[in-house]
Design a protein around this ligand. Structure first.
Ligand code: NDP
Ligand code: MG
Length: 388
């Protein structure tokens, strides 16, 4: 047994990535002690998890029932509850696996409090990169969990940033990889929710099918690894065996291969610098002869969301935050069958075209831009419904 267990808090514990992180903690109880769990409103699921992991603290940021009390645990509420967890002296490592922007300030506080951080939440970096990245105090304090970024981070284990020529993310291509534009016109939510490889939450599954997710991830990667947007690219790799790669200036290409399962990047981030014995724990793995490493270019004509997102990254300023808000509202409208699939890109383009005003100067302004993007996209969706 290790000398000291790592005391882990999971924000977004009731979600898909939260489940992966908690599964790793459950498989290695000698190493990890779950001390705090947080979610938005799913009290029942949080209670089930609490019974399994016996944490000290539970937090719901938006409890449905104001008498939220889950027995003998310390129960706290609201975004201030997330701040309390992120700075708790009895927490060593905070996993940020919530969706949306609610945990950005808690992420800042966790970094300031010198916690190790596993970060799955893309919004924190795309919207707030300029206010989060400068708070990273030491190498490997911030450990990416998004699988592509984890892959690149792991490829860069010993290499200095100056040796990076380019980084490249892989995209499975989603369920419509081989669809014509005409076929995409008829796509419904149920079709887009069937991801061929990954099992994820609804919003990120739709974003994967439009390749918006890959575009957002390219912005995330540029921020995380301190590179200009032009040096971050993506390729289609349908089997999702390789997740990310780094081309070094000496012409060497390094890539990381692992099964398409979020428990692998969670394990890498939680246990760093050690590697957990996942093979002995019964998890699948690839031997070289099992791999099929072929890559093709992204077709930006059929997947305009990829280009819209990377362009937003290149323009910087207000655009990344607007993109996050506008995409969220457009995907939501599509899931409710209020706009057609191909309108997701058009709605976001309309929001960008109408945008006036300057770049955010503070984190609060950046977060406000997410809301502005959301509202502008909701209006664009409404127009869509009235005119088509
Ligand atoms: P899910 O929708 O499955 O889960 C979201 C989680 O966040 C739930 O626990 C939810 O709580 C919680 N949450 C939402 N809003 C708040 C809030 N205001 N305060 C506190 N908790 C909140 O999402 P995923 O697990 O799919 O994704 C989580 C994040 O990770 C996203 O940013 C996503 O982009 C990113 N990501 C996801 C991947 C995946 O494989 N799913 C891969 C890589 C990155 P409740 O249940 O109470 O609503
Ligand atoms: Mg990803």
């Amino acid at each position: 047994m290790r000398e000291k267990q790592i005391r882990v808090a999971v924000i977004g514990a009731t979600g898909s990535v939260g489940a992966s992180a908690l599964d790793i903690c459950a498989k290695f109880p000698d190493r990890f002690k779950v001390t705090a769990l947080a979610a938005k409103s799913n009290a029942q699921k949080l209670h089930e998890l609490a019974q399994k992991f016996s944490p000290k603290t539970l937090c719901l940021t938006e409890p449905q029932d104001s008498n939220f009390n889950l027995g003998s645990y310390k129960c706290i509420f609201g975004k201030s509850g997330l701040l309390e967890i992120a700075t708790d002296p009895e927490v060593d490592h905070v996993v940020f696996a919530s969706s949306g922007t609610a945990a950005i300030k808690a992420l800042q506080e966790a970094l300031k409090a010198d916690k190790d951080v596993s970060l799955a939440n893309k919004e924190s970096i795309v919207v707030a990169g300029p206010w989060v990245m400068p708070l990273v105090r030491r190498k490997d304090q911030l450990r990416p969990v998004d699988s592509e970024h984890s892959a690149i981070w792991q490829c860069l284990r010993e290499d200095p940033a100056r040796d990076i020529q380019e980084i490249c993310l892989t995209a499975s291509g989603g369920p419509f990889r081989s669809h014509t534009k005409e076929q995409m016109r008829a796509v419904k939510a149920a079709d887009a929710l069937k991801h061929p490889v990954w099992d994820m939450g609804a919003k990120v599954t739709i974003d994967s099918s439009t390749l918006m997710n890959k575009g957002i991830e390219c912005i995330e990667a540029a921020q995380l690894f301190g590179l200009p947007q032009e040096r971050v690219s993506a390729v289609v790799h349908p089997v999702s065996q390789a997740h990310g790669m780094v081309l070094f200036r000496d012409g060497t290409l390094k890539m990381l291969v692992s099964p398409a399962d979020m428990r692998y990047p969670c394990a890498a981030a939680l246990a760093w610098p050690d590697r957990l014995d996942l093979i002995s724990a019964g998890m699948p793995y690839f031997r070289p002869q099992d791999t099929n490493l072929s890559f093709t270019e992204i077709d930006e004509e059929r997947f305009p969301c990829f280009q819209i997102a990377t362009e937003a990254g290149r323009r910087g300023g207000a655009y990344p935050a607007l993109l996050i808000g506008a995409d969220e509202a457009a995907v939501d409208a599509f899931l409710k069958d209020e706009i057609p699939y191909l309108a997701i890109a058009q709605v976001i383009e309309e929001v960008f075209a109408k945008r006036q005003g300057s770049a955010p100067e503070s984190l609060d302004e950046a977060i406000a831009l997410v809301d502005e993007g959301k509202r502008a996209a909701e209006r664009a969706c409404m127009n869509w419904r009235n005119h088509f």
